[in-house]
Write a protein that binds this ligand. Structure first.
Ligand SMILES: Nc1ncnc2c1ncn2[C@@H]1O[C@H](COP(=O)(O)OP(=O)(O)OP(=O)(O)O)[C@@H](O)[C@H]1O
Length: 303
């Protein structure tokens, strides 16, 4: 179901999780809603909590605090398992099965199985149906796992770095398949990735984690419209005060390039550009590495 009355793809309230009772929090105080029918980019630095969130959503882990809902269902319950597919990085497939056996198993286990869709993903990769899964390359195994995940015709598809093993042509094909899937069937997709340029054409929602907390959960177009990349003299940096928020500064000699969330008119003499999604995401991901004008002057003096 899509449209205004559709349940949220993911909804978290006070969500927290730690792997060991006395260990650090992998996720903490997470509050967010990802609407249904979106292709969501789940991004964050290594260890930010992306895989943990996807395992919670897939029902492989249970929240330590708060709650998480997938399509209004409790993850891991029979209702959620029918409607949600999760493709994890370890791709659990049976190595002794052939590709054909694997797809047959998908068909047996899922009442909503779409054989044509699953076979097309395998065929596009040039993978023989008679091949043994244990003898496939990592990229081909990814394709078979994706065929299983998509063949189930889930309402919500959760993908943990699905492109990592794929060659550039295969990545393009899989991205196109995902977009078609979302457009034709209204499937909600949440996709974790470190490859920011690939998200630009595909994703229309962003969920950005930092150290286990949610920093952004927002529509991509709204993000582009509310942010600006400013280039100008570094000595006018003090014009960038509240209500604007400086996300990231980068100094090069006397020049400064700054990503801001703009609220209202700007003071100062800045060249203003609307950022690409990649600029915004890389700005937030690197925000801890900000260079301030004082540092820039020191760098200049040392040069
Ligand atoms: N099985 C585990 N046991 C203990 N700690 C874990 C386990 N898996 C992850 N963690 C810890 O939980 C935190 C979040 O890890 P997670 O794998 O969810 O991050 P991630 O954003 O997916 O990282 P990456 O981009 O490197 O895949 C990290 O501090 C990590 O060390």
């Amino acid at each position: 179901m899509t449209g205004p009355d559709a349940p949220a793809a993911l909804r978290a309230t006070g969500l927290g999780f730690r792997y060991r009772a006395r260990g650090g929090w992998a996720l903490r105080d997470c509050e967010f809603t990802v609407p249904s029918g979106r292709i969501t980019a789940l991004v964050g630095r290594n260890g930010a909590g992306k895989s943990t969130l996807l395992h919670l959503a897939g029902g492989h882990l249970r929240p330590g605090t708060g709650e998480l809902r997938v399509l209004d269902a409790v993850p891991g319950t029979p209702d959620a398992r029918t409607r949600v597919s999760l493709l994890t990085q370890d791709k659990p497939l049976y190595p002794r099965f052939t590709v054909a056996d694997t797809l047959r198993m998908g068909e047996k286990l899922n009442s909503t199985w779409d054989r044509a869709a699953a076979e097309q993903i395998v065929r596009e990769g040039g993978i023989p149906l008679a091949a043994r899964v244990g003898e496939l390359s990592p990229g081909h195994s990814t394709r078979v796992a994706l065929a299983l995940a998509l063949g189930k015709r889930p309402e919500l598809l959760l993908l943990d770095e699905p492109m990592a093993d794929l060659d550039p042509v295969a990545r393009g094909e899989i991205m196109a398949t995902l977009m078609t899937e979302a457009a034709e069937h209204g499937t909600s997709i949440v996709l974790s990735s470190h490859v920011l340029p690939e998200l630009e054409q595909t994703c229309d929602w962003v969920l950005l984690l930092r150290d286990g907390r949610v920093e952004l959960s927002e529509d991509v177009e709204a993000l582009r419209e509310s942010h600006a990349v400013l280039t100008g003299r570094a000595d006018q940096d003090d014009t960038l005060t509240a209500p604007h928020t400086v996300v990231r500064r980068r100094a090069s000699g006397r020049q400064m390039t700054t990503l801001i969330r703009q609220r209202g008119p700007l003071r100062g003499d800045w060249h203003v550009e609307r950022p690409r999604l990649e600029d915004i995401l890389s700005g937030y991901l690197a925000a801890g590495d900000t260079v301030r004008p004082a540092d820039a002057k020191r760098t200049e003096a040392a040069a």
